[in-house]
Write a protein that binds this ligand. Structure first.
Ligand code: ADP
Ligand code: MG
Ligand code: MG
Length: 866
């Protein structure tokens, strides 16, 4: 059968988002539901991919199908495209499988030309020329990449000349002049006349939407949201309805619930006598949707009804576009609405309470990248009490951020490369700013409403954002906040939850989990089979994780305890020791400090399991680098600077990642492992004596084992000492000795190791490094070009490579469970907090995932998802 590339709205439905794109599929679904949707057709994502397969040519087959569908649309609308008799105008809209708001392009009023404008003018002159000027400008922008400013300049002179406030107030005569001047501008910038042939307009616009799939901002957005490049975009071609026809006309966007707070109310903005772009572009200050209720109560009520209906139908909060043409309401788009973390959690709970969705659906509905924002800091209340805001604006996206002012996205990138936190301050943002927005901690704009580009994108990123602050005037190299001048690099703080801007830096604090969020987590735990542990090195961090619901500690990195100022000297003494005696003296200085740390940890975790990893990094990492520190150490050790430098040089390795580290250290210097064993077991004994009912569960983890003989060598020593200490103390301690699986060889030989080890914990950072043969620290540079070239899609260090590294994990689990079916297996790499990696760990039958404290809630929810 011949492949179909183009579908009428009436041929599609919501399930077809892969080929119709989200926008197209929902327009089709709403058509099916008999909602008032202007009709049209969708050129599929498959047509887009075909276009790219043919190196940028729309095939004749597809062109023919487009024309054929246009003929059908003419029949449906009883209007004629490319004709002077009852002309049909259309919009050409982009839409991929995942919604990418503002990333790609739209052309409105397509089909207009000089003659068609004359015909339309017979009915409504103003409409004809207002629509025509919009078409010329959008077409120039979308199809030829002409900067909007060329047209804005023309508009500004004409607005001045006719002494009106904005383009909305222009007379017909003035609008005609705009059209003429726009055509000249078009010709000057594009070097050809504005195309008068509607069919040509149509094909060029479709091609441009295809092309916009690969514009820089779309590529960046996809990378950020992990959307595959191969999906392609669909193109919807839809009959125009006119919100700019004069009285009884309006256009706007609205959410079925408040996207900032989650309150159940129609929430949005609109303009009378305008076209959609005016509202979203942030160029005109829109009205609150509640004002529509006063002026057009009937249409408002109808919209409210449709909004409720769509929520029930889609089981989610909706973000809708509407246009009222001559008192008739049309719905132009619906999709799941972007929302703040607070709103997301409240809405999920409310929808469950209202019986619209199940608990499972509530869990699935959350955008985890945004929920993450909920777990991030707010300004300390005490800090706020003593200072006054210097400006205020609309609280577009909550969260607190302090940083240095940057006035361009480029500057944000520059600062961020130097590791300096920034607040991006702009007149308004545009899609070109997206990278700068992502790299900044917060965004502050002078213009725009709650649905402006800055607001929508910031909410999507879960970033602090304030928009439309009229206290601000933004210039090229400085910003005026009220009467005070600020420059790039000056420190400010913004609170996206209240809309207040402050001078200087303000201390932040984390927020407590609210009841609604706790419900979600509890429901998640009911569904999840795996447990969530945490990676934490101090009792303080562990407590944070426990508060977030961690059920154990999957990784305590003991070297972090070595680095602190009061102990690093003893560690260095140990490294510089030339014989075992000296080394033991140095270790005996470290012992009480480590034991103390472990006691604190045991008191915090109580009966929960806690996995303690033995010293792992190469020793040179502990050595001083500055001359001053080296001299100091020389004095303490009564050695010459020369000798110390020699030792440091001798510790140097060409590939430290693959050098003398992990269990290899302890095999060379068993005293280190024995000291750590003593510290752990003695701490456990002391704490057990203190807290009678608790049976502590320390899990001793030997890192970087590649051969069972390595494990056996150390495990035997560890157990001998531990058992002796326990026997002498007379209390019982349930300790185990296991290993970290982080070498490909360990995966392959997992059965041999499992016979000896009590547990496995996958160290997926090293396992990824060792499997790929490049290190995370060195790969940054060339991986960037790999992504650009499409050689790799994802960063294997943030999302587990399931096909390579994942296969090794499967092999290891398989072989281990064959010899020891109940062996406890978990993962403690960074991947333990990544939802997509978690889905994989779940599928291979691990017992737990372990992640950093702040990721614990995200991991709990991820484990409950499909
Ligand atoms: P985006 O993805 O950037 O929102 P859209 O394709 O939704 O782009 O269109 C941009 C604006 O144009 C929206 O406000 C929309 O309502 C308006 N618009 C699109 N198609 C039509 C149409 N057929 N009639 C009237 N307005 C339209
Ligand atoms: Mg668009
Ligand atoms: Mg839209």
């Amino acid at each position: 059968m011949k492949k179909q590339f183009v579908y009428l709205f009436s041929e599609g439905n919501a399930q077809m988002r892969e080929i119709l794109g989200g926008k197209g599929a929902n327009l089709a679904e709403m058509t099916r539901l008999n909602l008032p949707v202007p009709q049209g057709f969708v050129v599929s994502t498959e047509a887009c991919n075909d276009y790219y397969d043919k190196d940028g040519v729309i095939s004749d087959v597809i062109k023919d199908e487009v024309i054929k569908n246009m003929r059908s649309l003419e029949k449906i609308t009883k209007k004629n495209f490319n004709s002077n008799d009852n002309p049909l105008l259309v919009s050409v809209r982009s839409g991929s499988r995942a919604s990418m708001p503002g990333m790609m392009d739209t052309v409105l009023n397509l089909g207009l030309n000089d003659e068609v404008a004359l015909v339309m003018a017979k009915n409504n002159e103003r409409l004809a020329y207002d629509s025509y000027r919009r078409l010329i400008q959008m077409f120039a922008d979308v199809v030829h990449g002409v900067d909007k400013k060329h047209f804005d300049q023309v508009m500004d002179t004409i607005v001045d000349k006719y002494e009106v406030e904005t383009d909305h107030d222009l007379s017909v005569i003035a609008l005609k002049e705009v059209v003429e001047r726009y055509k000249e501008t078009f010709k000057r910038e594009v070097k050809e006349a504005f195309p008068q042939d509607p069919e040509k307009q149509l094909m060029q616009a479709i091609e441009s939407v295809f092309k916009s799939w690969n514009n820089d901002r779309a590529i960046y957005y996809r990378r950020m949201h992990k959307i595959p490049d191969t999906w392609g975009t669909a193109v919807s071609v839809q009959e125009m309805v006119f919100g700019n026809m004069g009285e009884g006309c309006a256009t706007g966007v609205a959410f079925s619930r408040n996207p900032a707070t989650g309150t159940k109310e129609l929430y949005g903005e609109f303009l009378f006598d305008a076209q959609g772009e005016d509202v979203v572009a942030g160029t005109h200050t829109p009205l609150q949707i509640s004002q529509l209720k006063e002026t057009m109560p009937k249409q408002y009520a109808e919209f409210q009804e449709i909004s409720n209906f769509l929520e029930k139908h889609y089981h989610d909060m909706q973000d809708m576009e509407f246009t009222i043409e001559n008192y008739k309401l049309f719905i132009l788009q619906t999709r799941a609405g972007k929302r703040t973390a607070q709103a997301a959690v409240k809405i999920a709970n409310d929808l469950v309470r209202e019986g619209i969705i199940t608990k499972k659906e509530a869990i699935e509905s959350l955008d985890l990248d945004i929920i993450d924002g909920l777990l991030h800091p707010q300004f300390k209340l005490e800090a706020l009490q003593s200072i006054e805001p210097i400006a205020s604006g609309l609280p577009a996206s909550p969260g607190a951020a302090s940083g240095l002012i940057v006035l361009s996205a480029k500057k944000a990138v520059e600062y961020s490369d130097k590791g300096r936190p920034t607040i991006l301050v702009r007149m308004e943002t545009s899609p070109e700013d997206i990278e700068g927005m992502n790299l900044s901690l917060g965004i502050l704009t002078a213009r725009g409403g709650m649905t402006s580009h800055a607001a929508v994108v910031a909410r999507g990123m879960g970033k602090a954002c304030i928009v439309g602050s009229s206290d601000l005037r933004v210039f090229e190299d400085h910003v005026m906040i009220k009467d005070k001048k600020y420059f790039e690099g000056d420190q400010i703080s913004i609170d996206g939850g209240t809309g207040f801007v402050y001078e200087g830096q303000i201390e932040t604090q984390s927020v407590a989990i609210a009841e609604d969020f706790d419900n979600i987590l509890t429901w998640s735990d009911e569904i999840a089979d795996l447990k969530v542990y945490t990676n934490a090195d101090s009792s303080h961090e562990i407590q944070t994780a426990l508060d977030f619901g961690a059920q154990g500690v999957g990784l305590v990195r003991t070297e972090h305890m070595f680095f602190e100022a009061d102990r690093i000297r003893a560690v260095r003494e140990m490294i510089l020791s030339t014989n075992e005696m000296q080394r033991e003296v140095a270790l005996s200085k470290i012992l009480p400090i480590q034991r103390d740390d472990f006691e604190k940890i045991f008191r915090t975790v109580k009966e929960l399991p806690v996995t303690i990893r033995y010293l792992d990094p190469p020793l040179h990492e502990f050595m001083p680098t500055t001359t001053q520190d080296i001299e100091e150490l020389a004095t303490v050790m009564s050695m010459s600077v020369h000798e110390i430098r020699d030792t440091i040089r001798s510790l140097h390795e060409f590939n430290p990642m693959m050098g003398h580290r992990g269990c290899r250290l302890a095999i060379t210097y068993p005293e280190i492992a024995l000291m750590q064993t003593r510290a752990i077991i003695e701490a456990a004994i002391n704490v057990t004596k203190e807290m009678k009912d608790n049976v502590l569960k320390p899990e001793i983890m030997i890192p970087l084992v590649g051969d069972v003989a390595e494990f056996n060598f150390l495990a035997k020593k560890v157990k001998t000492l531990a058992d002796q200490l326990i026997r002498e103390s007379g209390v019982s301690i349930n300790y185990t000795v296991g290993t970290m699986i982080e070498l490909p060889r360990a995966c392959i030989l997992a059965d041999e190791i499992a016979l000896e080890a009590d547990f496995f914990s996958f160290g997926t950072n090293d396992l990824t490094q060792m499997t790929y043969g490049f290190s995370r620290d060195d790969a940054g540079g060339f991986l960037k070009s790999y992504y650009k070239l499409g050689i790799y899609g994802d960063d294997p260090f943030s999302t587990l490579d399931t096909s390579g590294v994942g296969e090794l994990i499967k092999i290891a689990i398989d072989r281990a469970r064959k010899v020891k079916p109940n062996i406890k297996i978990g993962i403690c790499g960074e991947h333990g907090g990544d939802p997509r990696s978690i889905a994989f760990f779940k599928s291979v039958g691990m017992n737990y995932v372990s992640c950093s404290p702040f990721r614990v809630p995200i991991a709990r929810i991820s484990l409950a998802r499909d």
